[in-house]
Write a protein that binds this ligand. Sequence first.
Ligand code: S3P
Length: 436
Amino acid sequence: MSGRLDWRSGPAGPLRGSVGVPGDKSVSHRALMFGALADGVSHIRGFLEGEDTRATAAVLQQLGVRIDTPAEGERVVHGVGLHGLRASAQALDCGNAGTGMRLLAGLLAGQAFDSTLVGDASLSKRPMRRVTDPLAAMGARIDIQDGLPPLVVRGGQRLHGIRYELPVASAQVKSALLLAGLYAEGETEVIEPHPTRDYTERMLAAFGWPIAFEPGRARLSGGHVLRATDVDVPADFSSAAFFLVAASIVPGSELRLPAVGLNPRRTGLLEALRLMGADIRIENPRASGGEPVADLLVRHAPLHGVELPEALVPDMIDEFPALFVAAAVAKGNIVIRGAAELRVKESDRLATMATGLRALGITVDETPDGATIHGGTLAGGTVESLTDHRIAMSFAVAGLVAQAPVRINDCRHVATSFPGFMELANGCGFDLTVSV
Ligand code: S3P
């Protein structure tokens, strides 16, 4: 990805209409990986056409997996079986995707050949010992310097199962260990300090691998096979989040978001916004591909301050940039604690949001693991996204209710998770343009 792309988001609204957000990123990554390791052909529908998930598809293709694209949002994965991947002479480029790199580290630890995982400038600064240390305890050999990418995964190791208590709640680490566990002798058990998204567990079960799991705990043994399975990917709650906040804060707004994935480990923002007074209705709840989905109806409502329950943090780990914007215009203070993980996302999200909101006239007191945001009035101004997709989209939402346009620097990474964001946003009433 090259070139710089700045945005300008002007005051606008009310927001109206129906907004169909793209497919879930976490589910799309996993569907590709499990499809690749399965026996047979898996059809993925609702696949996220983002740069992160396309990077994972390209890596798997480099490893010898045929993946067809019959139409946009569809992939046909021709599984090669658990032991059918082939070495790649070139490094495997995960782009901006922490999920791609960490899950692939687990998957590649069990192969007979060496692989090198690399990422872009942002991913190259993200901590990897959280996966390489427990994988080493399973017998994997991964060369790494200063805890950062690139990862050189040495093949031909005999892996054995471990019982691992995660020091931080992380679905990526959990999933990496479970993927390595497919290749390990004996039982791999992962215990989390707080339950995280369980797509890996659900999808392994759907692909026919025996696995025992409950919130906060998962256990499997090596030596089985994955059977090809079709996957229907729900709309990504994390992408819906920007519109939930936008319609909540722009007077007169009413938006419908169809078929959004409502896995309970993802919907903390829904609860947080409701605690702040938001008017969000869940309509037509149903199951799709083993996941709960529903249409969301969100109407403008005055928001007020709240002390965010710490237990909600893992269930809304990707939604804090959007929450910061809701907090900026709420009446009173929003207090966030227990969210130190935000400092090691695509950017240090506590610092990036605090700095950006301050540039727009909001008082934010930052702490090592959170912030207090003093609700007020957003002025116009210039903010830095630091190439973090969710920061860029959150400030686009802020521009809707600012007193003058907000200029957002370096928004090109929005395409990693939400291609078409600008068009969808403008379609329901944003005033979002490329800034020249
Ligand atoms: C993800 C897990 C979370 C989340 C990321 C996607 C996943 O990361 O922030 O966007 O698909 O497993 P952590 O495991 O680092 O919390």
